[in-house]
Design a protein around this ligand. Structure first.
Ligand SMILES: [Zn+2]
Length: 284
């Protein structure tokens, strides 16, 4: 695609991108051609959806099966007071359409499970995980790693967050290289009641959106191979290397996992949930 393919309105809308040598009309066209899936339209999903839509990511998939609750509005900024009770995918899609009519939104009003995730991610160039429970985190890691689909990971807890990118290259590590197994059920606080500083997902989700845009344009250094930890109380960032583990059960030399359907994704932070059906929970 050349700059001739951008219409005058797009040349104006994206002028602050196009004027940069590292983006230019080619980079903007790459964004407009990209198809990105955002899992969760909650705390992390909100800034991810906002900035990817504003940047002109041409196709945005949004997967979530939840409804907007009043207690979400402290941090889930794509939803407004009038959206309480609406499906989050409907509310988020309306936000995107209002912000940027260039973006085609595909809503997936569903829980992401080991039965539908392979089909779901197959249509996308990049996946952004904005879910908030361990079961889905491992499910997304395993499915994307096995399929070779690059993805962004982000998580938040009280005042702390972490973010990384798994670029899907042969030498890329995966989440299990750092944390091979989810903590056992009952070992982590219930995510819905743990509490989170309202602005924290704004910081972490914005970092995920930054990584996504860079990946789609193909510029800069990504977090692939390292985890960025953020402590909002101390206002400190700490970047830790993630060595690729030769014996990793997903991306190692002789992986034990070759299909997500064979794995029991037990939800460590939502005791009592059906362990066979981890879903996109957007209490974050
Ligand atoms: Zn691995």
């Amino acid at each position: 695609m050349s700059s001739l393919d951008l219409d005058p309105t797009q040349l104006d809308r994206y002028s602050r991108h196009i004027i940069m040598d590292d983006v230019g009309p080619e980079g903007q066209s790459s964004l407009l051609d990209a198809e990105v899936l955002v899992l969760g339209a909650g705390g992390l999903g909100s800034p991810i959806i906002q900035y990817l839509a504003a940047a002109g990511v041409g196709t945005l998939g949004i997967a979530d099966d939840d409804e907007v609750e009043l207690s979400n509005l402290q941090r889930q900024v794509v939803h407004g007071d009038d959206d309480v009770g609406r499906k989050k995918v409907v509310s988020a899609a309306a936000f995107v359409t209002d912000l940027n009519p260039d973006v085609e939104v595909r809503t997936h009003e569903t829980r992401v499970t080991k039965r539908n995730i392979d089909e779901l991610i197959a249509d996308y160039d990049f996946v952004v995980d904005g879910t908030d429970n361990f079961a889905t985190r491992y499910l997304v890691n395993d499915a994307c790693t096995l399929a070779g689909v690059p993805f962004s990971h982000g998580s938040i807890f009280k005042f702390e967050g972490q973010v990384t990118t798994f670029a899907g290259e042969p030498d890329s590590p995966c989440y299990r290289c750092l944390f091979p197994e989810a903590p056992p059920a009952g070992m982590v606080p219930n995510c819905a009641t743990a509490g989170v500083l309202g602005v924290l997902p704004g910081t972490v989700g914005s970092l995920q959106a930054t990584e996504t845009v860079k990946q789609l344009i193909g510029v800069g250094e990504s977090l692939d191979g390292s985890m960025l930890f953020f402590d909002a109380l101390e206002m400190e960032f700490d970047r830790v290397e993630i060595p690729k583990q030769a014996d990793c059960p997903v991306c190692g030399h002789d992986p034990a996992i070759d299909s997500v359907r064979d794995v029991d994704y037990t939800d460590s932070c939502a005791i009592g949930h059906d362990s066979d059906e981890p879903g996109v929970e957007v209490g974050n």
